[in-house]
Design a protein around this ligand. Structure first.
Ligand SMILES: O=C(O)CCC(=O)C(=O)O
Ligand SMILES: [Fe+2]
Length: 285
């Protein structure tokens, strides 16, 4: 199989594809891995239906795509053998019904995420992904030019500070080579230039972006209203109805996602592994 031979069926014009014919537990030749990486750059979100992965083979697949991070800067991993697996358990607060890009409250958010359905509710619990390059292009050229110059602050304290201080007594995981003991907000460019494709994405998200730097509070609020109005439009998004075993990989540099919370008290468990990323770079850097 050559790089171009990976069969991928597009789910929308710009974002998402189903890769039906790859068994992630046994087909990971260098050619298939190269095909997956190339297709991911093009489609941003890849769905691998009905896989039969275990925590070990989930990790082996993710590691074929790049260097792995710990499960999370704060939250411990699945167990001692799998410190890279982040468990999203609906019974333990593992719900994410807000548009967000993973871990943008660190200096180097992950390049991508590999999510596996472990335990699904009888109905509901879909996940949506949205194309942040399409969001950028949905702004007028004048607004794009302004956005190109801006920086935004990303802050994970609302979601994780109490967990860090109360459940973990202030000792988080190793992240970027350092023990996490506080969640200091970080600054990223509002427009991120993709390090591999050179394309521009609107790299702000309602989950973690709190304000625009170096403008007044009123201006910041108005600018974020404008930016968030184009993040998550159905026209730029894809929605996945999970089946048991499904694995979805996304490019975390050019997308945001939203886990739909429409299944009440039913249990839903997902396992996520993130691939180490680099520091976001803007157009004028
Ligand atoms: O539970 C989901 O479908 C996605 C949750 C999420 O935000 C993530 O895995 O990063
Ligand atoms: Fe997420």
């Amino acid at each position: 199989m050559t790089t171009t031979a990976l069969t991928a069926e597009p789910l929308t014009i710009t974002i998402g594809a189903t890769v039906p014919a790859v068994d992630l537990a046994s087909d990971l030749t260098p050619e298939v891995v190269a095909g997956i990486r190339a297709t991911l750059l093009d489609r941003k979100v890849l769905v691998f239906p009905r896989q039969r992965l275990t925590p070990d083979s989930h990790r082996a697949f993710a590691a074929a795509l790049g260097e792995l991070t710990p499960a999370h800067p704060i939250v411990p991993g699945l167990d001692d053998e799998h410190p890279e697996i982040y468990v999203l358990d609906s019974g333990d607060g593992g719900k994410a019904p807000v548009w967000h890009t993973d871990v943008t409250f660190t200096r180097t958010p992950p390049l991508g995420s590999v999510l596996r359905a472990v335990d699904l509710p009888p109905a509901g619990g879909d996940t949506c992904w949205t194309d942040l390059e399409a969001a950028y292009l949905a702004l007028s050229p004048q607004l794009r030019r302004l956005a190109d110059e801006l920086e935004a602050v990303h802050d994970g304290r609302k979601d994780f500070e109490e967990y860090l201080n109360v459940r973990l007594s202030g000792e988080g995981n190793l992240w970027e080579g350092e023990r996490v003991r506080s969640l200091d907000p970080v600054t990223h460019p509002v427009v991120r230039v993709h390090p591999e494709t050179g394309r521009r994405a609107l790299f702000v998200n309602p989950g973690f972006t709190t304000h625009i730097k170096d403008v007044t509070e009123t201006e910041s609020r108005a600018l974020l209203d404008i930016f968030f109005a184009v993040v998550g439009r159905p026209e730029h998004s894809v929605r996945h109805r999970w089946s048991p075993g499904d694995v979805v990989v996304w490019d975390n540099r050019s997308t945001a996602h939203y886990a739909v919370d429409d299944y009440g008290d039913q249990r839903r468990v997902m396992h996520r592994i993130t691939i180490r990323g680099d520091r976001p770079v803007g157009p004028s850097h």
